[in-house]
Design a protein around this ligand. Structure first.
Ligand SMILES: Cc1ncc(COP(=O)(O)O)c(C=O)c1O
Length: 396
């Protein structure tokens, strides 16, 4: 017997096709090849200067030591005020746990709610991290496939059919990565009703809440009633709204017992998020809602541009996303015996067109590809023209 084996848990995570494509794209770039990359899940804007200044000042003042694990009081207060001001939600500081990015907040949440064998309902296409984190906790992701025809909005019967005696939670992400779908308020109410009827937790990842278009309004799931609030863990963070991906500041707002468990958990795993990053986040959370409006407006214009260019390619079908910064076109018309899957097609686009995209199957969105439009309009035009050219060599 090999006594030096790894844990079974380590074997749960499979190498991701995204990483394979990204490392190939990077290797091509290193060789001097002009690759257009639509892979990045982060704004191409700089963090606003006042946020940077606050962090620099914090370092210069020696604010470089451990802080309370769950975050500095000033930041928990700023988050509580943001939730009240923007979402109509009341949370005490104790109900807010600041973590090293929203990804970490989701991880903590799953770890304190899910036991081995518990089922968690995921609405596909979904951000792949959710499924992997559920598996790491020994949980079982149960997938509800939302169709492009329905705007990637699941219907109630589908959701109901996914509930079993083992269901512990339902995870919602609106606006969505990768589809850009914004779930209608009615659907959120149906999800809430289902959770109430079957006594489920709701994990609501609202990280793209500020990146929303066409005058759509974000609804915080926890705001749908006090009984919903009592079973909802809201996940959010600074990465996408304030162009702060590298700062690693995310948070969860939760019922007190959940928040306490997350705080204890974080105590033993990471301790606090970076001290001076938290000082920057205090400034970010206090900025008026209009302060990042120029970024949102630019993303909306790019969304229009990429939608127009992609849907002009024969055979490519695409919904106009209502939020986030991803296009998720259906390219299945271009699959065939030689390119059998979206992974093959993404590889073909990289080799043939020198364009990096993420295969849709990574998100359980088969026959699609994901393009992040958090990149310049010039790159959007150049990259989509190259895709059109490469696809034109195949029969649509
Ligand atoms: C839906 C969703 N939630 C959470 C995150 C993670 O954000 P953070 O940088 O705060 O960890 C991402 C990042 O891509 C995301 O797409």
């Amino acid at each position: 017997m090999n006594t030096l084996s790894l844990s079974a848990r380590a074997g749960l995570l499979k190498p991701s096709p995204t990483l394979a494509i990204t490392s190939k794209a990077n290797a091509m770039k290193a060789e001097g090849i002009d690759v257009v990359s639509f892979g990045a899940g982060e704004p191409d804007f700089n963090t606003p200067q006042p946020i940077c200044d606050a962090a620099i000042e914090a370092i210069n003042q020696g604010f470089t030591k451990y802080t309370p694990s769950a975050g500095i009081p000033a930041l928990r207060k700023a988050i509580s005020e943001k939730l009240s001001r923007e979402n109509g939600l009341t949370y005490s500081n104790d109900q807010i746990i600041v973590s090293c990015g929203a990804k970490h907040s989701v991880y903590n949440t799953v770890q304190v709610l899910i036991d081995p064998g518990d089922e968690v309902i995921l609405i596909a296409p979904y951000w792949m991290t959710y499924a992997d984190q559920i598996l790491l906790a020994g949980g079982v992701p149960v997938i509800v496939q939302a169709s492009a025809e329905n705007g990637f909005v699941p219907d109630y019967d589908q959701l109901k059919a996914a509930v079993s005696s083992k269901t512990k939670a339902i995870l919602v992400n609106s606006p969505s990565n990768p589809t850009g779908a914004v779930l209608p308020r009615e659907t959120l109410k149906e999800i809430a009703a289902l959770a109430l009827r079957h006594d489920l937790w709701i994990i609501s990842d609202e990280i793209y809440e500020h990146l929303i278009y066409d005058g759509e309004k974000h609804t915080a799931l926890a705001s749908l009633g006090s009984d919903v609030y009592d079973r909802t863990i809201t996940i959010n963070g600074c990465s996408k709204s304030y162009a702060m991906t590298g700062w690693r500041v995310g948070y969860a707002a939760a019922p007190l017992a959940v928040a306490k468990a997350m705080s204890n958990f974080q105590d033993q795993v990471t301790s606090n998020p970076t001290s001076f990053a938290q000082r920057g986040a205090v400034i970010a959370l206090g900025l008026p809602a209009t302060s990042m409006e120029a970024m949102r407006v630019e993303f909306e214009a790019r969304r229009d541009l990429i939608h127009q260019l992609l849907t002009a390619i024969p055979g490519v079908k695409m919904l106009k996303p209502k939020g986030a910064f991803y296009a998720f076109p259906d390219i299945s018309a271009y699959l065939g015996p030689d390119l059998k899957s979206d992974v093959d097609l993404a590889t073909y686009l990289l080799d043939e067109a020198k364009v990096a995209v993420v295969p849709g199957s990574v998100f359980q969105g088969f026959g699609h590809i994901r393009l992040s439009y958090a990149t310049s309009r010039a790159d959007i035009e150049k990259g989509v023209a190259r895709i059109a050219e490469a696809l034109s060599k195949r029969i649509a």
